[in-house]
Design a protein. Structure first.
Length: 392
């Protein structure tokens, strides 16, 4: 496990395991010292869009890619989720943030014995019928960071779905905690997973989107799909985004596959160095892996030949974007963590402001470049978001 992956797993474990911004060995002491009442489940912010959100998991196998780590004769096996605007959601359960088996393995891995029932629920309703308006849904695929998981940026994902996008997320097997329908849980291991491997997973997701658009079910178990999902997605209108290594994978996917019309990197390190030109819209939300600090990021920036934008938020660090912006402070309240401890995890950017930035800027980017909806959010600094700086 590389250093980024291990650090990420510890941080995420602290968020869900109600750990603290202290070494894991001290987490039990922090829990014992807490004077908080019985802990309640963590929560995620409600998306702001006009539509309720539906979601469905998919079990996928890429028969074009053997997976020696899984055993002889095995192929790349993935779990994905499709998020989308729903027609109705009454009496349908909300999807958990992580599958129970994966969450249990997650908590065990970070060494904190918390009941997985404290994991948050999402705004996505399992199996809800798809909202159809006569137009197909623009699609965005998502890649997580090293040692993370496909639910890590649910704030962004469900926000986009609530505004009419279909978002397809994926667990990059061997680099995350993946639970399959038969109950198997595959944990991060020593199998090296590079940005190009993540990019290959995204390309396969694009193929699955085309299958769904053509009326075919890509789920290898023949899982029943939500009403209206087949034929609902638009394979001619697809974008991609990712965090950290997933941001690098987004760039690599665009370079290899012209089906992706617009890409967003959330603090991607752009390593190994990318030296090819990219002629389609690309936005970077940088924090630690900035152009000033990272020659690889600056080199990639110079290769962008189409529309481009680089924004940074004051006080943001590498872990400021994602669901931890809201989960870490909730864990801190339960444990009586200090403000300094919380900021060690998520930076000094106010958590509520981080959530609003995560909801506003990715939506504005994909609205502009996938839907051609011209707004003013990306024109430059604004009074509504004074902490967001536009880097020339």
């Amino acid at each position: 496990m590389n250093r980024e992956g291990m650090t990420r797993r510890r941080m995420l474990g602290a968020a869900l395991a109600v750990g603290a911004a202290v070494p894991l060995g001290a987490a039990h002491q922090a829990w014992a010292a807490s004077t908080a009442p019985d802990p309640v489940p963590l929560t995620l912010p409600v998306p702001t869009g006009p539509y309720p959100v539906g979601t469905v998991p998919l079990h996928l196998v890429d028969a074009s890619r053997p997976d020696p780590a899984a055993g002889p004769g095995r192929y790349r096996e993935l779990m994905a989720s499709v998020w989308y605007p729903a027609r109705r959601t009454e009496n349908l359960p909300r999807a958990p943030w992580m599958a129970e088996g994966a969450l249990r393995a997650f908590l065990a891995d970070v060494g904190f014995p918390l009941d997985p029932a404290l994991g948050p629920l999402t705004a996505g309703h399992l199996g809800a019928p798809v909202r159809r308006t006569g137009h197909r849904l623009p699609v965005i695929v998502y890649a997580h960071g090293s040692g993370s998981h496909r639910s890590d940026h649910t704030i962004m994902v469900q926000e986009l779905a609530s505004h009419g996008y279909a978002v397809v997320t994926v667990d990059h097997t061997h680099d995350t905690f993946t639970e399959f329908p038969d109950g198997r849980v595959v944990i991060p291991d020593d199998v090296p997973m590079y940005p190009r491997d993540f990019a290959a997973d995204l390309t396969f997701l694009l193929d699955c989107v085309e299958s769904l658009a053509a009326g075919h079910n890509p789920d290898v178990d023949g899982k029943a799909l939500p009403q209206g999902l087949l034929g609902a997605l638009d394979p001619r209108c697809m974008g991609a985004f990712g965090w950290s290594k997933g941001g690098t994978a987004t760039a690599l996917t665009m370079l290899a596959d012209r089906r992706v019309r617009a890409g967003l990197s959330i603090d991607g390190p752009m390593q190994p160095t990318i030296t090819a030109d990219l002629d389609r819209p690309f936005m970077m939300m940088t924090a630690v892996f900035t152009r000033a600090a990272m020659p690889d990021v600056e080199e990639f920036w110079t290769r962008l030949r189409g529309w481009r934008l680089d924004i940074q938020a004051d006080g943001a660090i590498h872990n400021s974007y994602g669901d931890n912006a809201t989960l870490i402070p909730q864990a801190g309240k339960i444990l009586g963590m200090t403000e300094e401890q919380i900021q060690d995890w998520i930076g000094t950017l106010d958590p509520a402001r981080s959530v609003r930035i995560q909801q506003a800027y990715p939506l504005a980017f994909f609205d502009l470049h996938l839907r051609h909806r011209r707004g003013h959010r990306l024109d430059g600094p604004s009074a509504a978001f004074p902490e967001v700086k536009f880097i020339p």
